[in-house]
Design a protein around this ligand. Sequence first.
Ligand code: CP3
Length: 344
Amino acid sequence: MRLENDLLLRVAQGAEVERPPVWLMRQAGRILPEYRALRAKLSGFKELVETPALAAEVTLQPVDILGVDAAIIFSDILVIPEAMGLTYEMIEKKGPSFPKTIQSQKDIEDLIEGGDAASELTYVYDALALTKKELAGRVPLIGFAGAPWTIFAYMVEGGGSKTFSKARKMLFREPELAHALLEKITRTTIAYLKEKVKHGADLIQLFDSWAGILSPALYKEFAIPYLRQITEALREEETPVTVFAKDAWFALRELDALPCQVIGLDWTQNPADLRKLLQTDKAFQGNLDPCQLYAPGEKVAEATKKMLATFGKKHIANLGHGVYPDTPLEGVRAFIQTVQAHRY
Ligand code: CP3
């Protein structure tokens, strides 16, 4: 189906556009009163994720209510560990928790992996197909997955952590085990993302949320090769890929060398400097500090204009990480409207 608004895809494919497209990481979620109202009627987060009609409904909310230039399927990166055999719980006001974690070779051997694991996730594929139908070509639909290192971190650590020291410990003490687990996560993620494309994802984003806690050497050894496997496997699909490795300023050359079309930047990076340094043709995505949206609307507009000027062309406007749940809608709307009023 032809898209009415294909700005996102045109920028990802390197075409000239009249203005940058805009969407927000975590746009489908608690910033919207409509999301909170629906969520309050349910048993929890997982019911929303696992019921395609509900997941489709909240995916569409930011498109209908905020007018963003892309939808991102409502789901979570943690569906992958779950499909591999580690169920997660989403604990209110605390975050994810895994009752069972990966500690030994036996734990890794016991995992389901690849196509067998990916085929468990029919609720995600059904949600994509339904969303695609309800979008009726208005805007592109983004599918996503966690990068292998970030998924590994949750599977070994068992939940969120400031340091992920258990996960990092495995890289030093049992590097072969770590690679064996990363291989399994990667094979599963490739099968999963190919199904997502088949069911309507127009662009894929990989979230490496915990990239910044590895040294450059460890990131090169335990993260980049797996990102490479995924981006190479997705080449066959001709679906553009965004790699967002948070706080991985030290790995930008390696990320730029991947066969992906878009590089996501957090707010600590200067896009103008990077454009010169990397000499890259890839599009950049980002990178307003999510806290900027707590400022009054006029201040948000001012900061957004400044950001647009620093990026220049080949830019997908977004925040430098997910929007925080208590962000005032005034700030969110000022950000979106400022980008949409911009012309190159
Ligand atoms: O709008 C969107 O961007 C799509 C939905 C989306 C969610 N999670 C829904 C969600 C996406 C893209 C994710 C990705 C995700 N999940 C990441 C990578 C991006 C990032 O933020 O770095 C990570 C690390 C996770 C793991 C995760 N899920 C955590 C740590 C938490 C708890 C923190 C929190 O925000 O509550 C979640 C829960 C979660 N995932 C919520 C939503 C809307 C909140 C749950 C709720 O509604 O109560």
